[in-house]
Design a protein around this ligand. Sequence first.
Ligand code: SAH
Length: 254
Amino acid sequence: MTPKSPPERLLSRLRVVLCRPSHPGNIGAAARAMKTMGLADLALVAPRRFPDAEADARATGAVDLLQTARIVETLDAALADCLFAVALSARPRDLGPPLRTPREGAAELLAAAEAGPVALVFGNETAGLSNAEMMRCQAAVSIPANPAFSSLNLGAAVQILCYECRLAAFAGAPPPKAAPLASPLATAEENAGLLHHLEAVMTATGFYNPAQPGRLLPKLRRLFNRARLEKEEINILRGMLAATEKPTGHGRRG
Ligand code: SAH
């Protein structure tokens, strides 16, 4: 048995991703919420105003997290190296990722963090997460709230999840359904590579018509998210796809 990573190390592998935040004050509040719970990795997807004095003011002693925050254009870029991502939404979605409680979601994140970076993904203050953004994640979490008024302030939602993650990290409880992996989990970027490869082959064979996409691609993404593919499995599937592209070849595409 390999020894468990210390809780602090696991917490340092948790990334908080804020998608298109409108209010810099909420970015500061999120940084403060993270630092109080021992998290440090903040990624901002296309923030409307950042850096900003209001963000610094609300962060108080956590301005260092704002200074090291990564600013990216897309959620894909924020999640590229992640092994597992949890979407935060007050509203359950049709065809969305499987729904968890904050406690279950935190336990799953911590279990996946044993192997590498993982993420908590939050939406815009007004619009929340788009369906496409939700589909980039392998699980969804709703914070149980008053059904008549279930939308928390962004910073408050970040605080609750970071707190649950800290409890889970220090409790050291065995993760639910943790099975030994044959090979490490694939990253979001590797999963996206498989989906693109499959799309190209399906288009070339006529199985998929990009002019009439329907819901085929989101459904396949959902299938792969549910499967939590390992690196080796991605290589096998991509090897099969490459073989259909080049029937006599034995090589694999990278
Ligand atoms: N009006 C938006 C809510 C935005 S609140 C909507 O209906 O989706 C900003 C973000 O905080 C949300 O995108 C989500 O990530 C998080 N959040 C707020 N309340 C939440 C809840 N009850 N459960 C889970 N996440 C929540």
